[in-house]
Write a new protein. Structure first.
Length: 342
């Protein structure tokens, strides 16, 4: 693992905007007649990313709306316990905190049942943003779960625009959850609007396929994003190799070999590790291209992110599963010894 990951990222804040919610993880009874139980975990994709950054030693802020209920209390307490700032978050009594019930199959793959909308996180509006959160941000990160309704979608785009105007790098993980969208709403116009605002785009393989079906081909997806703001696109595919592209380069990296028991927050951990690395290396919009032209450094950054994602699937939960820097180093060292990805 590169010495660069040991740099202090605390002076370079990562602002994560969007939803925080409760994951209720299903657990089967000890026998067929025993009732199934659900264990409460803190979650929500951008909140998970913020925790991933903080667990690695970076400085992160979560910005969003919490319900004035026991679950909102739990989420704020959980974020603080993991070192995430909530100074720019808001609370409301107009809606409750969102819930997600999660079931796992034998390989740790998830299925979700969401109780949202209505939900508090959907009520954040442009006027709720604190200008200080942009002034102190090196990176602003969002995902598509805050695009599912028109008002919160416009708020997300406003946040991305404000971040760019303040000199922050803008990141998006599509993290598409079709069940969160109304059957009457076509997600694609809003998805493209947000994707076209980002310098860094992270997609899962099935999300790239979804976008390609809209524009006719995979290459057309890349062309549309290059024509907008994108400078790095990373495509992950579970345990298969990840693929990356910049505007003039491309490559792939193998996954780490681990035993998966819960894949709930793997993508969020990957993104958290990636953003932590960029902040630790003091990457800005002005010098981002220089990093992208250094393929050895970029590979090191992406391997680190992949290690974070791999470690997360070996634990249950989301916040609770995010690895520390020492755990990432241990995985790197072990992978080197076995001659695997590192």
């Amino acid at each position: 693992m590169s010495e660069a990951v040991r740099k202090d990222a605390r002076m370079h804040g990562i602002v994560c905007f969007g939803e925080a919610l409760i994951d209720f993880l299903a657990r089967s009874g000890e026998d067929a007649d025993a009732p199934r139980t659900f264990t409460q975990y803190a979650g929500g994709a951008p909140a998970n990313v913020a925790v991933a950054v903080a667990r690695l030693g970076g400085r992160s802020e979560f910005v969003g709306m919490f319900g004035e209920d026991m679950f909102g209390d739990f989420l704020i307490d959980s974020l603080a316990r993991h070192g995430v700032g909530t100074h720019h978050a808001r609370r409301t009594a107009e809606a409750k905190t969102a819930l997600a019930f999660v079931a796992l199959d034998g390989q740790g793959e998830r299925s979700f049942s969401f109780y949202r909308p209505p939900a508090a996180d959907l009520l954040f509006r442009p006027e709720h943003f604190d200008a200080a959160c942009f002034a102190n941000a090196a990176i602003f990160h969002a995902c598509s779960n805050s695009l599912t309704e028109e008002a919160i979608a416009q708020t997300t785009l406003h946040g991305m625009t404000q971040a760019r105007e303040h000199g922050a790098l803008v990141s998006i993980d599509l993290n598409l959850r079709p069940s969160l969208w109304s059957p009457q709403v076509d997600p694609l116009p809003r998805l493209w609007s947000a994707l076209e605002q980002a310098d860094l785009v992270k997609l899962a393989r099935n999300e790239l396929d979804y976008l390609a079906a809209d524009v006719g081909a995979e290459e057309a997806v890349y062309a549309r994003l290059w024509a907008a703001s994108a400078r790095l696109i990373v495509v992950t595919d579970g345990s298969a190799p990840l693929h990356w592209r910049s505007r003039d380069r491309r490559g792939s990296l193998p996954a780490f070999v681990v035993r998966a028991i819960d894949t709930t927050a793997a993508g969020d951990a990957f993104v958290g590790g990636l953003l932590y690395q960029l902040a630790a290396r003091e990457v800005t919009p002005a010098n981002f291209d220089a990093l992208l032209h250094d393929e050895a450094t970029l590979a090191d950054v992406l391997r680190f992110a992949a290690a974070c994602g791999a470690l997360t699937v070996t634990q249950h939960g989301a916040f609770a599963a995010m690895p520390t820097l020492a755990e990432v180093k241990t995985l790197f060292d072990g992978a080197h010894a076995l001659g695997r990805s590192a």
